[in-house]
Write a protein that binds this ligand. Structure first.
Ligand code: AMP
Length: 308
């Protein structure tokens, strides 16, 4: 967890904070801490100062607030609104690849309007995690001149807000989508064509996520394959993409530079932290993770990934 205690925020993450109920083929966990912002902030906290922007209801357990603080996450941008916290439940099929949403209760998330505290507005690194593209635009309007903005989204917004999503894509440095979303958005089946169509909208980098098979990073003139760290047991893949994004941006913000090699190295850290995250439910594994463990797995991962 973070030892970065000054007030300047190097990384700001805007996303959902939720209470999840998750069923896998072997276990079921009720009312556990989830949401894209939770996973991303926890992952980033190992590398840099991170501020969370989101909303919870008055029912949000104090123990979860305490956990955020133990990670060292700055909570000035986390609103507490009258009502219940966002709730989501989902079930995984046998192979853990396919997931079905059982229920989504927006609750206080329905009227959420992200407001950045003044100290967050000159941030260099920004993650617009999965929320409506309207809200993502509203956040972009509040930041001064970020060095690197990463955008994530989901199928829902491609279906109901494609035009606004296209506008946001045009304003960010890097876009992440999973392969089905990239195909759905662009209408291109081949991932190279899909990535090219997304790059044409404006971002410098497009990262297509392929779940347990890793991800592919595209730039205008380069392709970079990133395997996923091979794990014997995955206990809960929920939030893996957000954990990857948080670890990636945290590592990038720690170095401060955004060249191609910096980005490749940061992707290694993102993948490694995500591989720890899926070893247990919620933030349980991340909460006991240490930097030496991250570095050791990153070293092992570099060996595994080498192509001769
Ligand atoms: P992921 O596995 O990347 O889809 O992220 C899972 C997290 O996203 C869960 O912890 C949920 O609380 C949260 N989530 C589920 N549905 C939504 C939604 N419609 N908007 C924002 N967050 C969501």
């Amino acid at each position: 967890m973070s030892e970065h205690q000054n007030n300047h925020m190097d990384l700001v993450i805007v996303g959902s904070v939720g209470i999840d109920t998750i069923e896998t083929p072997t276990a079921r966990r009720e009312d556990i801490l989830g949401g894209s912002a939770s996973y991303a902030c926890a992952a980033a906290s190992y590398f840099t100062n991170v501020g969370m922007v989101g909303v919870v209801g008055t029912d949000f357990p104090q123990s979860y607030m305490d956990l955020y603080r133990r990670f060292g996450i700055d909570l000035e941008g986390l609103q507490v609104a009258e009502g219940e916290t966002f709730k989501w439940s989902g079930v995984y099929e046998k192979n853990m690849d396919n997931r079905r949403t059982l229920s989504t209760e927006l609750n206080v998330f329905a009227d959420f309007s992200p407001e950045l505290p003044p100290s967050y507005r000159d941030v260099d690194f920004l993650f617009l995690a999965n929320i409506s593209p309207d809200l993502q635009l509203h956040v972009l309007d509040q930041v001064k001149k970020p060095k690197f903005v990463l955008l994530d989204t989901m199928d829902l917004w491609i279906n109901v807000a494609k035009d606004t999503l296209t506008e946001v894509i045009g304003k960010v440095t890097m876009l992440t989508m999973n392969e089905s979303e990239a195909r759905h958005f662009t209408g291109e089946h081949g991932l190279i064509r899909a990535a090219r169509a997304l790059l044409d909208l404006g971002p410098k980098y497009v990262c297509i996520k392929k779940g347990e098979h890793g991800s592919i990073m595209f730039t205008g003139d380069d392709i970079f394959l990133m395997p996923a760290y091979p794990l014997e047991d995955v206990h809960d893949p929920t939030g893996a993409g957000d954990t990857f994004a948080g670890g990636f941006l945290g590592a990038l913000a720690r170095g401060g530079r955004v060249g191609k090699n910096d980005i490749r190295k940061a992707m290694t850290y993102g993948s490694v932290v995500a591989s720890f995250g899926v070893e247990d439910f919620s933030l349980d594994r991340l909460a006991e993770l240490t930097l030496p463990e991250i570095d050791a797995r990153a070293a092992a991962f570099r060996k595994i990934g080498r192509v001769l």
